[in-house]
Design a protein around this ligand. Sequence first.
Ligand SMILES: [Zn+2]
Length: 291
Amino acid sequence: MNATDPANNAHAQPRRLAGDTLVFEADTTNSGYVRGVLIDTGPEPEAYTGWPVTDLLITHGHADHFSSAAALRESGARVVAPREEVSLVENPEVNIRGMFSWALPSDEMVTKLFRGEGCTVDAYSDEWHTSGVDVVPLPGHTLGHSGYLTADGVLFTGDAVYQKQIWKRHPLPYAIDPGLVRSSLRLIESLEFSWLVPAHGIPVERDEALEHIEFHIGRIDALTDRLHELLADAMTTEAAIAALSREAGLTDNPAQYWLAVTTVKAYLSDLLRQGRAEFFVRDHAGWWRAL
Ligand SMILES: [Zn+2]
């Protein structure tokens, strides 16, 4: 593509939210930008043409958050990711294998959000320091998921916060630990920020952000309580996945099912650790029952 190609101008310009902090809003994944530091990437590296990237900060190891990382690194950017996410960024196959208990799943079983080009990571988020951006660990969606808070008071939350309208499309959003998601949401409430930018959704000011956070916590609590009710009669792991997916209104398709497997297991494990459910093996199947 050459410089006079009109397609070069097709990308929306970033919006200035506060001070030097900008956001590239996209239907896929929003990116932040502050003085050469880019936070998460969408699928098109051309979107950042004219905005030099010295450092690329990745919130977590799902491929829809680092789609352009390899191309940007090729152009000289230093790639930074949370320590626990590095293996997923460098080799998306790790995530895909983890989803299927390390066996090899078929293509139709794997969400496109996990598929992408891996990228070498140059530094860990917790060891990376630059003036003007703080790293905020926000685990729960994944093990090492982290947000980034700029000195201008803009908090980029990756997939830690799902806004109300996103719940309509994703009624059982992926989480590996809903208890950790809840604590991360409480942590966000305690931070001083004026804008919150989720990776999927729209930038909102603090008051509105707090409403979305309350909604998210309310949904986690409702799903947890509903699962607990459903377990009044003991059921297998498979039956619990089906029951909660049905309650949430998920459609039947292989990729959606395999994402729900992880999420429902995470809710089951949360109930177990709260002492609200027990797990046992009967007839070579795993069973759960409410306590
Ligand atoms: Zn994600």
